[in-house]
Design a protein around this ligand. Sequence first.
Ligand code: PLP
Length: 443
Amino acid sequence: MSEALFPRSFRKSFPRAVRGEGCHVFTADGKKYLDAAGGAAVVSIGHGVAAIGEAMAAQARRLAFVHSSQFHTEAAACLAERLRHLAPGEFRQTGRVFFTSGGSEATETALKLCRQYFIERGEPRRTRMVARWQSYHGSTLGALAVSGNLKRRATYQPLLADWGHIAPCYCYRCPLGLTYPDCHVACADELEKFVQEVGPETVAAFIVEPVVGATLGAVVPPDGYLQRIAEICRRYGILLIADEVMTGMGRTGKKFGVEHWGVVPDIILVGKGVASGYAPLGAVVVSGEVAETIAGGSGSFEHGFTYSAHAVAAAAGLAVLDHLEQNQLFARVAPAGEQLLKALEPLKNLPVVGDIRGRGLLVGVELVKDRTSREPFAPEQKLADRIYQAALEEGVVTYPIQGCVDGERGDHILLAPPYIVSGEEIAEIARALEQAIARAIRS
Ligand code: PLP
């Protein structure tokens, strides 16, 4: 009998997961996997925390759902309050939080919010939502239109709006052929050049992942980059959207990635870690100024989802935040990340390991055919996938991605374990990945 599930790939077999505990996932055939990817940088507090399920069940028993156009709930109101307190700067006092069911919906919401903001301000020509190549902001059409991941865009290209992309900030393969610090972060100035070319009066927003997660593999910008981007946005009246779906909620060692550079954007997108995978939840944290423009203008946001601010998802978010705070898990990320980078050091002895990078528990390992020229492997060789498979056979789940060089070429492995990852588990991840890379290049 064929399976009824529509799989992500018809060419791959999927172990059937039945239970999770801590950093581990157990499958129906009795195997145990160390989740070094946190799913896809989702699981922050670890699998199988009973208190989260209990909080969700209690909420579902009391009240599972009301429509956000008709009622507010205590769970959503309380989580909004706590999320704005985690955000930097004035968000804490005046920010507003719009809930979604995940990261792509958060991006869609932000794009539509920016559009409506400028209409309400009497600047309707500001329609461009500018982004960077080699970025990822979600899979729905608006979110994919701003995403700069060529491979994920290719099939849907004719359906995507063309608002403009600028070069990424990727020092290992600088798109401008420059070297930091002599470059004076010229890649940030690409935004200003672009804005001047198309006319500032046409640009609504710039969206950026503070640390590029999936597409580039944990690429951290050098100091000065995000600050310059923020300055340019301010100078031209462009809204700055920080896509913290992957980097937020502590993943890089700060509550939000922008804090590493003291940048306060206009909108922060949250997803993944916000409910640690216990419920589909995302959020758009909006500055008081943006929210007030709509509140004092038309008075309502022309947008919404049936499941916005779902009470059970919000209860999961609250319980996860309690767990993060009560167990001081935010503070674990930076030292655990350093431990992970240190444990990965021996991988540099493998001739195909070109770069190991990241911040906190968001770490990328980029593979190259030639370390000196940094030439990547041919995409048909599917090296990242082969490493994933080999690591899985070692009992460790990683996140393999291709295309970091130009959307097609380039392989990297992303690691994003739960914040509770222990020293032994870190050692195990490094050992398994080393073995897996060695095996994959032999095969
Ligand atoms: N933004 C970033 C930075 C992401 O990494 C992702 C997912 O990987 C998304 C948005 C989309 O989130 P979701 O898959 O929850 O829709």
